[in-house]
Design a protein around this ligand. Structure first.
Ligand code: NA7
Length: 539
């Protein structure tokens, strides 16, 4: 280890990340009277919403749901203007929370943690930053988020490109103009779809490089009327409780009706109704869409039909239709005018399955059929999800074991919260919890509360260290794999299963049993007086 410039006095808790998890951790541990220091690579609070300033960025969960529930003041004082808030409003909200609860002072911004190492003798985490400072703490909380390491496409020549180049996840704060320009965008996940519908009508010409088409459904976003907002504010406790007790940790419509339990006519009527409602209604039409492949295919075909209805050029419509993987196995996107955008004569779909990208040139993108010259290239090529952030620096546990080494075959942890061999280290929204499959704010709040209760337990029991036993971790992972085998979520090539990163271990390591069940598992550990955990006494 490089000799540190400075070592600060020992703290109770170090927190890495200023997204939702990090912000709530700071609040909670401060309320418990603990000494804390938090670090964030970005210049301010917000995590993914701090970085993702790309045109059209918008949340795909209802804002009243995609918000903190822990502070009654925040709930009552903040007013959402739209059903699905756009990034600027989300960032205003996040900053409002930081100001209202005075959280910012606990963060060191523009500071990247470069190493975290467990010191067995002193039972502390020693955390080094890129400023050359070293901090020591009893506990270390990795609130590093599932989507914080953006990924460039694995296409040769990117460094050669001489035009304007923008990455969705590192969008500049300056104004970007499109008028009269030939613009290319690579990637048609949630991000690409949001960008295309926003800038499509503004570009001179837009070339959409699509490899795998995504299923996208109408958002039908609405302005929230004051009367409705007042109702929500009066009813927040019940709404939050309902969200916490649901599989998705949120207020999405859910059904107990199996697809084949109703007649074909009734199914179509239900799907048409959900399509008209928009938002997340399609996900809630039937209960078995992620376990019954035949039912899933019927719904997929219904959505493909909607593409034919909107896109006038039948060849383009056909190319836009997702095939070969189940609907909802990739994150379903919500759009406003995505398919209409392809009716503009200036918008061109480049099907990279039929005509693959060979390289990026000085002037644009070369596909098998030729070079497309571009004034601007936008990368919306996703993230090294779930594990990328924790693997991006050295996290060293007992006996020199690193998380990189431990996760060489895939992420393993106990409840997605703790890792055997890494005492007093915690993750929020970790890769073996429900992370990407449920409301990330609800999971963050749950995780921080669970960790806080454990710390209080240790304080009462006068314990210095805690970690899960290997047996407990193995049992959790067996459950995770068993459940993963039953869901269609594992049947698409996505960041959920690591398919988008070269040489990454493949497989679904998320807990797919639902947020409510996840909470029950975590609560059972507490009920059982933490017997699955191994505690160490003070020397
Ligand atoms: P996603 O959903 O991972 O989408 C990334 C897109 O980039 C996807 O369409 C990829 O196609 C495409 N991609 C990546 N590399 C290439 C190359 N080399 N050539 C062509 N296309 C490429 O990321 P998003 O940022 O859109 O969304 C992430 C999450 O944010 C989302 O799930 C929501 O939770 C919010 P591929 O599928 O690999 O064929």
């Amino acid at each position: 280890m490089n000799s540190p410039a400075t070592t600060k006095p020992r703290l109770d808790v170090i927190i890495v990340g200023a997204g939702f998890g990090g912000m709530y951790a700071v609040y909670k541990f401060r309320e418990m009277g603990l000494s804390i220091q938090a670090f964030e690579a970005g210049g301010n609070v917000g995590g993914v919403w701090y970085w993702n300033r790309y045109p059209g960025a918008r949340v795909d969960l209802p804002s009243i749901d995609y918000s903190f529930s822990f502070s009654k003041e925040v709930e009552q004082e903040w007013t959402w203007s739209e059903q699905f808030a756009a990034q600027p409003e989300l960032l205003r909200y996040i900053n409002f929370v930081a100001d209202r609860l005075d959280l910012r002072k606990h963060f060191q911004f523009n500071t990247r943690v470069t190493r975290a190492e467990w010191d067995e003798k002193q039972a502390i985490w020693r955390v080094t930053t890129d400023k050359g400072e070293v901090y020591e703490a009893t506990y270390c909380i990795m609130a590093t988020g599932p989507l914080s390491i953006p990924k460039d496409p694995e296409i040769p020549g990117l460094e050669r490109y001489k035009g304007e180049l923008y990455r969705a996840a590192k969008w500049p704060e300056k104004e970007v103009t499109y008028a009269g320009k030939r613009v290319g965008i690579i990637g048609t996940g949630s991000t690409g779809i949001q960008i295309v519908q926003e800038i499509g009508p503004k570009c001179g010409e837009l070339f959409v490089f699509q490899r795998t088409p995504s299923f996208t459904m109408p958002m039908r976003n609405q302005t929230l009327e004051p009367e409705y907002v007042a109702e929500v504010k009066r009813n927040y406790p019940g709404l939050r409780e309902a969200a916490r007790n649901s599989a998705v940790g949120g207020l999405r419509p859910q059904s107990t009706r199996a697809f084949f339990s109703v007649t074909p006519k009734q199914r179509i009527a239900l799907l048409e109704d959900a399509w008209k409602q928009g938002g997340l209604a399609m996900l809630g039409t039937f209960s078995d869409l992620l376990v019954n492949a035949e039912a899933n295919e019927h719904v997929a075909e219904f959505v493909r039909g909607k593409i034919t209805d909107v896109v006038r050029n039948p060849v383009t419509a056909e190319k836009l239709k997702p095939k070969g993987y189940p609907i909802f196995a990739r994150r379903p996107c919500l759009d406003n005018t995505y398919y209409d955008t392809f009716n503009l004569p200036s918008v061109h779909l480049v099907d990279c399955l039929e005509d693959p990208i060979i390289e990026i040139t000085q002037k644009g993108v070369r596909t098998e059929s030729g070079e497309i010259e571009l004034d601007m290239l936008i990368l919306a090529t996703g993230y090294d999800g779930l594990t990328g952030a924790l693997l991006a620096f050295d996290v060293v546990g007992r006996d020199g074991l690193t998380v990189n080494k431990k996760w060489a075959e895939g992420a393993r942890s106990y409840l997605g919260l703790m890792i055997a061999g890494f005492p007093n280290l915690f993750m929020t929204t970790g890769p073996n919890g429900p992370a990407a499959l449920a409301n990330i704010i609800a999971i963050s709040e749950h995780d921080v509360n669970w960790i806080a209760a454990l710390m209080e337990h240790m304080d009462r029991q006068k314990k210095a260290t805690v970690e899960p036993s290997v047996e407990a971790e193995d049992a959790w992972m067996n459950l995770v794999y068993q459940l993963a085998g039953r869901t269609l979520v594992s049947k698409a090539k996505t960041w959920y299963v690591g398919a988008n990163v070269k040489d990454k271990p493949q497989g679904l390591t998320l807990f797919t049993g639902g947020f409510h069940k996840y909470r029950e598992h975590c609560a059972a550990v507490v009920q059982d007086n933490y017997r699955a955990l191994t505690f160490g006494a003070f020397e």
